[in-house]
Design a protein around this ligand. Structure first.
Ligand SMILES: C[S@@+](CC[C@H](N)C(=O)[O-])C[C@H]1O[C@@H](n2cnc3c(N)ncnc32)[C@H](O)[C@@H]1O
Length: 263
């Protein structure tokens, strides 16, 4: 019998699968909006692709994989640019939305239910990999970056966007929104377990200090092409999830990397 990868998930993935299955209904409306949008905008501040260039290097006909695809709109955007797309996600409820929306938009996607930390695909089977708040924050970077590297052809690009370490360091211990005080130790950043916080408990996330990201890229075999700190526009007065725009105009709340598998 085939080995079932969902039978041997690490504890953070078991929790994140539970969390995302329970929360999936709350992501349907934003998934529908994003699928309906012709041009990509990224992250919680909706920074346009022309400003961020997360799809730089993606060409028509390329095989692209989205690691932690959620409702699948990033894969939809890539498919409309001519890429042949595979979306991987741990939540069957999120994948059900992705599958429905892909069908409604007439976009062909391959959707795989499993963890981005261990996919079933052969070495070098993709030209481009991406994650917007998927594996980028919900998977252990020491594991998923190795997996992304394995999946890419030499010279293949990986782009990913998630929380900035500043935002994690400034998040109070009770899980309430980002404040103006340094709270969590910067140098120890890796795994943040939200299961037992009083404010909106659930999920286990990951990030690293800058030195840690660079060391890991070197160790795994990625060359850094660019690093970006997306900001809200000057007229944005909104609160998004755990951070408000006024905070994020002054300090970085998001971090995006563009890296390339060394050839
Ligand atoms: C916020 S969504 C990302 C999709 C979309 N770009 C967005 O921002 O809404 C996070 C997704 O990561 C998925 N996820 C969490 N852990 C995962 C893992 N180990 N492997 C694959 N997907 C995972 C969740 O199921 C969820 O659908």
């Amino acid at each position: 019998m085939d080995h079932d990868p969902l039978a041997s998930l690490p504890d953070h993935a078991v929790e994140n699968r539970r969390y995302w299955n329970a929360d999936a209904a709350n992501w349907v409306a934003s998934g529908e909006r994003n699928w309906a949008q012709p041009d990509p905008t990224w992250g919680i501040w909706g920074v346009p692709e022309r400003a961020l260039g997360l799809l730089d290097g993606l060409e028509s006909g390329m095989r692209a994989i989205e690691l932690g695809c959620g409702t699948g709109y990033v894969s939809g955007w890539m498919a409309r640019r001519g890429a042949v797309c595979t979306g991987v996600d741990l939540s069957e409820a999120q994948l059900a939305t992705a599958s429905r929306l892909a069908g409604e938009h007439g976009v062909e996607l391959t959707l795989h239910h499993g963890s981005a930390e261990a996919t079933p695909y052969a070495d070098a089977s993709f030209d481009f990999a991406i994650s917007e708040y998927g594996a980028a924050i919900w998977c252990d970077p020491h594991v998923w970056l190795r997996e992304a590297h394995r999946l890419l052809v030499p010279g293949g690009r990986l782009a990913f966007l998630g929380h900035h370490p500043f935002a994690t360091v400034c998040t109070p211990w009770d899980g309430s929104p980002v404040g103006e005080t340094l709270v969590r130790p910067y140098f120890d950043l890796h795994r943040t377990d939200w299961r037992h916080v009083p404010v909106e408990p659930g999920g286990v996330e990951f990030t690293l200090p800058f030195e840690g990201w660079f060391a890991l890229f070197r160790e795994v075999g990625f060359e850094v092409l660019d690093v970006r700190e997306p900001r809200p526009s000057a007229d944005d007065r909104g609160q998004r999830f755990f951070v408000d725009a006024a905070w994020a105009r002054r300090w970085p709340s998001e971090l995006a990397w563009k890296v390339r598998k060394a050839g």
